[in-house]
Design a protein around this ligand. Sequence first.
Ligand code: SAH
Length: 259
Amino acid sequence: MLDLPAPFPDFAAGSVWLAGAGPGDPGLLTLLALHAIKSADHVIHDALVDKRILALVPAGTVTETMGKRGGRDSVRQADITDRLVDLARQGKKVLRLKGGDPFVFGRGPEEALALAQAGIAFRIVPGITAGIGGLAYAGIPVTSKETNATVAFITGHGPDGDIPDEVDWDCLAKGVQVLVFYMGLKHLDRLTARLLAAGRDPDEGAALVCDAATPRQSVLESTLAEIAPAARAAGLEPPALLVVGPVVALRRQLAWWAP
Ligand code: SAH
C-alpha cells in the first residue's frame, strides 16, 4: 500500500472505528480512513458513502449498509448502535464509515456515546465534511478575507424532521455572513423564508450544490429569494448543500472542477 512516515495505529480486534469518508471523491479519504478500510473485518457504512470508496473494501470483508437517507428513518439509530456493539463483542474489527465527517451532522457522537457506555474501545477518524470540501469542489470557499469573517453550519432538519426550532434565526441572519445548510432541500422554502423574514437581502447570492465531489455534481446558483422556486423547477434531489452569502459569487472565478 502506501509508504507512510509513521506507523498506523493498530485496528484492535473488538474495537470500532468511526470514520469519515469525505463528500465523494475517493481522493478525499484520509490515509487513516483508507488504512481502516483495508484492515477492518466488517464495514457498516451509511447511504452517503460513495460507491467508488466502497469499491476499496477488500473482497472478503463483510459490508453492510445502515443509515438514514433524506431524514427518512430507514433504520433505527438504536439498531445501528446495537449492531456495532454486538460485532465488537464478537471480537471483530468494526469500521463504521460515514459520509463527510462523522462528527458533523452525522450521528457519530450518538454512536460513540453508545460505544463508550458499552465499554467498547473506539477511535474517531475525522473526514472532510461536505459543507467545506464539497463546496470547494463547486468553487465556493467557506471563508475569504475579502468577504466574510464568520460562517455557520446549520442543519435543515431538527430531531423531529421539521426545521430546527432551537435556531435563533434573527441572530443567524444578522450576525453570520456565510450560512451553510446541510439537509436543507426538503424545507428550502421555509428556510429561505425565515432568513428573509429576519432581514437577509433577497438579492444575496445563494447556491445549491448537489452530489458534491461526485461524477453527478450539479450546482444551481441563484439569489436567496429565487433559489427555492428555481430548485423546484430543476427537480433537485438530495444530498444537497445550501450556501448563502458573498462567497457564492467567487464561484464565477473559482469553479475549477467539472465532473
Ligand atoms: N457527516 C456528513 C453530513 C451528513 S448529513 C458530512 O460531514 O458531510 C447529510 C447531509 O450532508 C446531506 O443532506 C447534504 O446536505 C450533505 N451532504 C453530504 N454529502 C454531500 C455531497 N456529496 N453533496 C452535497 N451534499 C452532501
